[in-house]
Design a protein around this ligand. Structure first.
Ligand code: ATP
Ligand code: MG
Ligand code: FE
Length: 343
């Protein structure tokens, strides 16, 4: 089936075309450049940008794929989780298209899209598989028995998401927003063992009580204290702080993900979400998984951050699984549960 996918949960307007597990086109527009001076996303600006970008993005995607709207078998759009204003623009556009063309419409889960997109690169996912979604809003471990119908949330962050923690520490280190990619780059020239920052939930009793959860707020506070203790002399240590902080976050993520694989007898770990662009996460996951004979699948970086391909990919999974469409009247869900692939 040929699926048109629409992403608009945050600041990226994405439209993609997918046939089965083959990606035909993926076009993204972003309003991220507008937020550097605010140090964070402004929802009203993002909504307005979606409105302006949607049609040009869709036409560019159809052109790139060399298909007409009439050839599309189903339309998928992100129904949540995300910013309500951004979601509203994308889902309204998707509903209008579905009405005009008479095609079935699926309102899908953005977070599970971060997992589904891997199928476009590495082929169909095996089952069961452990999914680690790490992004600006989430750090979650999922047991995926069937992406369309059977996803269990094993655990997640008790406070900040990994990307969020990176963005906050980026601010502490006076790096441009969003800090994630800047810390990644900076940490490559630093010593990850220079400062021993705490690993959240690493005490035996916490490991027992929260086997698949994460906590990054204590770590963030530790970094803040360390920066304070240096007075004004942060510049010399910046790379070491970034590398040591990054190591602590990635150590926790990989530790829990491998544990979930072992406990649930899964030989494949799939990682997705904007934070999975992180170079240290990619290296550490590969290194530790190899020790356990676990295969790690991570999409190339351009499919880790938000895009239309991930939404089309999940739409394709649902259509192939015979899941009923959402219908035209569905509501967006800014806090859509991770266990629901569609509304
Ligand atoms: P969610 O998917 O939970 O709705 P989101 O869509 O805002 O959140 P994504 O776009 O998937 O999040 O990811 C953005 C996050 O990824 C930001 O926090 C950003 O700093 C982080 N990020 C991107 N690249 C890197 C990198 N190389 N290293 C660390 N973090 C990164
Ligand atoms: Mg984004
Ligand atoms: Fe995302």
């Amino acid at each position: 089936p040929l699926i048109l996918g629409i992403e608009s949960t945050c600041d990226e307007t994405g439209v993609a075309l997918v046939r089965g597990t083959e990606l035909l086109a993926d076009v993204t527009a972003t309003s991220m450049d507008e937020y550097a001076r605010y140090g964070g996303i402004i929802p009203e600006i993002a909504s307005r940008a979606h409105l302006e970008s949607f049609l040009p993005t869709m036409h560019a995607a159809l052109d790139a794929a060399g298909v007409e709207l009439a050839e599309v078998d189903a339309i998928a759009c992100a129904a949540g989780p995300g910013l309500i204003g951004s979601l509203t623009v994308g889902t309204a556009a998707a509903k209008a298209l579905a009405l005009a063309t008479g095609k079935p419409l699926y309102g899908v889960n953005h977070i599970l899209g971060h997992i589904a997109v891997d199928e476009l690169v590495h082929g169909e996912l095996p089952t069961p598989v452990i999914g680690l979604v790490v992004s600006g809003g989430h750090s979650s471990l999922l047991l995926v028995r069937d992406l369309a119908r059977d996803v269990t949330e094993l655990g997640g962050t008790l406070d900040d998401a990994a990307g969020e923690a990176f963005d906050k520490v980026g601010r502490l280190l006076s790096l441009p927003y969003p800090g994630g990619p800047h810390i990644d780059k900076l940490s490559q020239s630093g010593n990850p063992e220079a400062i021993r920052f705490p690993r959240g939930l690493s005490q035996p009793k916490d490991r027992e009580r929260y086997p698949y959860d994460f906590s990054f707020s204590g770590l963030k506070t530790a970094v803040a204290r360390h920066v304070e203790s240096l007075g004004g002399n942060v510049e010399d240590q910046k790379a070491d702080i970034a590398a040591s902080f990054s190591e602590a976050v990635n150590d926790s993520l990989v530790d829990r993900a491998i544990r979930a694989c072992v406990d649930h007898d899964c030989s494949v770990l799939v990682i997705g979400g904007g934070f999975s662009a992180n170079s240290r996460l990619r290296a550490l996951a590969a290194e530790r998984a190899a020790e356990y004979g676990i295969e790690v699948r991570i999409p190339p970086i351009r499919y880790c951050t938000d895009n239309g391909a991930m939404i089309a990919a999940l739409g394709s999974v649902l259509v192939r699984a015979g899941v009923a469409p959402s219908g035209i009247e569905f509501s967006n869900d800014s806090s859509m549960p991770l266990e629901c692939a569609s509304v």
